[in-house]
Design a protein around this ligand. Structure first.
Ligand SMILES: C[S@@+](CC[C@H](N)C(=O)[O-])C[C@H]1O[C@@H](n2cnc3c(N)ncnc32)[C@H](O)[C@@H]1O
Length: 218
């Protein structure tokens, strides 16, 4: 979906305490940057940040890194996160938001960063054969994530797209992950504690079932 330019976004992000202007500086040092020993969860392609706003504000004992590539959505994510924390009378102290190409995520995260969980919500399905390597769940990407995901660390993956889901199962298998939980209809499953994203709401309203899995690094 194409989004209108938001000329305010970059300047607003640069003045924001929890937006990281140069994330490469913190490679291997995210724990020190957060200043505590709490587990770190990572959201890839956070979009307008509604998922992060709920998770971050409701889980003060977790630190979160939220990544997207577009200033337009990151500007909205910043506002949505601030709003959720304001409503809970909290300072945004456990979320770091940043612009980063996920294909180059090794520029900002290393094995010293020990990520406990990764969320991939409604990533682009890249249906054409020649583009499949760009999928955020492609084996090539999973191999990168394995370098900073702790052993027994989990990837939570949700999508509306049947083909992407089926082929991702193969990617997880190829990369040596174990599937701990799987459902082809998340909203009618026994999974508790789901937080809906913008795209999840949109697809559910169209009657599309949400596919979801939890993969564990063995
Ligand atoms: C379809 S949207 C999903 C947004 C949100 N996760 C949701 O579920 O509503 C995908 C998001 O991932 C971001 N994205 C896609 N490819 C990316 C990449 N290679 N690096 C960083 N962000 C990316 C896009 O900018 C977009 O905001």
């Amino acid at each position: 979906m194409r989004m209108r330019k938001k000329p305010w976004a970059r300047s607003e992000l640069e003045c924001c305490d929890f937006f990281v202007i140069n994330p490469k500086e913190y490679k291997g040092k995210w724990k020190e940057f957060f200043g505590n020993d709490k587990p770190i969860y990572l959201e890839l392609g956070c979009g307008k940040g509604t998922f992060m706003a709920v998770h971050g504000s409701e889980n003060p004992d977790i630190n979160y890194i939220a990544i997207d590539i577009k200033d337009e959505v990151l500007g909205l994510a910043k506002r949505n996160i601030e709003k959720a924390y304001e409503e809970k009378n909290r300072k945004v102290d456990n979320v770091r938001l940043m612009a980063q190409e996920i294909g180059l995520i090794s520029e900002i995260l290393s094995k010293e960063d020990v990520i406990s969980r990764i969320y991939i919500n409604f990533c682009n399905p890249w249906p054409k054969e020649k583009h499949k390597k760009r999928r955020l769940t492609h084996t090539r990407q999973l191999e990168q994530y394995k370098t900073f995901l702790k052993s027994d660390g989990e990837i939570y993956f949700k999508t509306d797209d049947d083909e992407l889901f089926e082929e991702s199962l193969e990617y997880f298998n190829e990369a040596g992950f174990r599937i701990k939980y799987i459902t082809y209809d998340l909203h009618n499953s026994d999974f508790e504690g789901n937080v809906q994203t913008e795209h999840e709401r949109m697809f559910s309203e169209q009657g599309i079932k949400i596919k979801f899995l939890i993969a564990v690094k063995s």
